[in-house]
Design a protein around this ligand. Structure first.
Ligand code: UDP
Length: 326
C-alpha cells in the first residue's frame, strides 16, 4: 500500500517515511528538493516534483496509486514569512490546493495534513488545544490556517477525509541515525545551540529577553519527531478505520523557555553554550504550549520520547553525523 508523502525528503517527512515503512506501507516521497535531501529518502521511492506542477502530481498518483496522502511539503519559517508573505501564501496555499485537487481527481479520500501551532497566534498564558480560536500573527500560520479551511470545504463537497495535526516545536532525530534534522540555512533553536556548543558557530543568539515570561525568553512546547510521526501513522489508521475528519494537537504538554532549553543542553553535553543577546524575532509568539489530551485519548498516542533530555541527546548524536548530500 503506497502512501504519497509530500516533503518526504525533509526533516519530518523523512521520519514519517521511516515510520510508515515500519508499519508496512510503502512511502513515496514527493519532493522538489528545494529544502529536502535526496539522501534522506531511504524507505521508498523518490519522485522529484513540485506541488505547483499538476501534471507531475497526476503522474505520481497514476504511477503509484497511493491509498492516502501525507502532506508535509511547505515553507515553514516564521521569520521568512514575515519578510516575504507573498511567497508563503503562493507556495503553501496554491501548492496545497493543487495537491488536494489532484488527490480528489485520483479518488484518494484519505489525507493527513501537517498544520501548526502558529495558526493560534499570540494567546498569552493559555494551553492551546483543538478548541482554541485560531488567530495567526504571521504569514506562515495564516497560510496553514487557509489550508485547514480548504480541507473542511473539500470534506463537505468531495468527501475528502482528513486528519489535521497542529504541531508544536518538533525536535530530536531518529535514534538509529538513519535520518535527522538538516536545514540550509538552519534557523531552529536546538540544532543552532548544539552547533554553538561544538564550535561550528560562534554563538547562539537569544531572540529577546523581555517577553512577559518568568525569565523573559519565549516559551515553546517541544515534541520529539519520532513521537510526532507515530501520531501520523495512528492518524492514517484512524482514517482507514472510517472514523472521519478530525483535528489533533501534538505537543508534550509542557512549555520550556529558551533559557531552559539552553540549560538542558548544557546539562546533556556538560559544556557551556556560548550566547549573545539579540532583539526579538518578528512574528514570534510569547508562549505556545499544547494540550494533547485528544490525541492521547482518541488516537492512543504515547509521546514517550518527548523529554528535553531525550530530544537534545538524539539531536546531538545526529548533529555529529555526516551531513546529507542533495
Ligand atoms: N530562538 C532563539 N535563537 C535562535 C533560534 C530560535 O532564541 O537562533 C528562539 C525563538 O525566538 C523561539 C524558540 O527559540 O522562541 C524556538 O524557535 P524555532 O525557530 O526553533 O522554532 P519556532 O518556534 O519558530 O517554530
Amino acid at each position: 500500500m503506497h502512501i504519497l508523502v509530500t516533503g518526504g525528503a525533509g526533516y519530518i517527512g523523512s521520519h514519517a517515511c521511516k515510520a510508515l515503512a515500519a508499519a508496512g506501507f510503502v512511502p513515496v516521497a514527493y519532493d522538489n528538493l528545494s529544502t529536502g535531501w535526496a539522501d534522506a529518502v531511504r524507505f521508498g521511492p523518490l519522485v522529484q516534483g513540485d506541488l505547483m506542477d499538476r501534471a507531475a502530481l497526476d503522474d505520481a498518483f497514476a504511477r503509484y496509486q497511493p491509498v492516502a496522502v501525507m502532506h508535509f511539503a511547505a515553507l515553514s519559517l516564521v521569520g521568512e514569512s514575515m519578510r516575504d508573505p507573498a511567497k508563503y501564501w503562493r507556495t503553501n496555499v496554491n501548492g496545497s490546493l493543487n495537491l488536494i485537487e489532484a488527490s480528489v481527481a485520483a479518488g484518494v479520500k484519505t489525507f493527513v495534513f501537517s498544520s501548526t501551532c502558529a495558526t493560534y497566534g499570540d494567546q498569552d498564558g493559555v494551553t492551546l488545544d483543538e478548541n482554541t480560536p485560531q488567530m495567526p500573527i504571521n504569514a506562515y500560520g495564516g497560510s496553514k490556517l487557509a489550508i485547514e479551511l480548504m480541507l473542511h470545504d473539500f470534506k463537505k463537497s468531495h468527501g475528502l477525509n482528513s486528519v489535521i495535526f497542529r504541531y508544536f516545536n518538533v525536535a530530536g532525530a531518529d535514534p538509529d541515525g538513519d535520518v535527522g534534522e538538516q536545514h540550509q540555512p538552519e534557523t531552529h533553536l536546538i540544532p543552532l545551540m548544539l552547533d554553538a556548543i561544538d564550535g561550528k558557530r560562534p554563538a547562539l543568539t537569544v531572540f529577546g529577553e523581555d517577553y512577559p515570561t518568568p525569565d523573559g525568553t519565549c516559551v515553546r512546547d517541544y515534541v520529539h519527531v519520532c513521537d510526532l510521526v507515530d501520531a501520523h501513522v495512528l492518524g492514517l489508521r484512524w482514517l482507514q478505520a472510517g472514523k472521519g475528519s478530525r483535528v489533533f494537537c501534538l505537543g508534550s504538554g509542557q512549555g520550556f523557555s529558551v533559557r531552559e532549553v539552553i540549560e538542558a543542553s548544557r546539562a546533556v553535553t556538560n559544556r557551556d553554550v556560548p550566547i549573545v543577546q539579540g532583539p526579538r524575532r518578528a512574528g514570534d509568539a510569547t508562549s505556545l504550549v499544547c494540550g494533547s489530551t485528544r490525541a492521547v485519548g482518541e488516537l492512543g498516542w504515547k509521546p514517550s520520547r518527548s523529554t528535553l533530555t531525550q530530544m537534545i541527546t538524539d539531536a546531538l548524536r545526529w548533529s555529529r553525523h555526516p551531513p546529507f548530500a542533495k
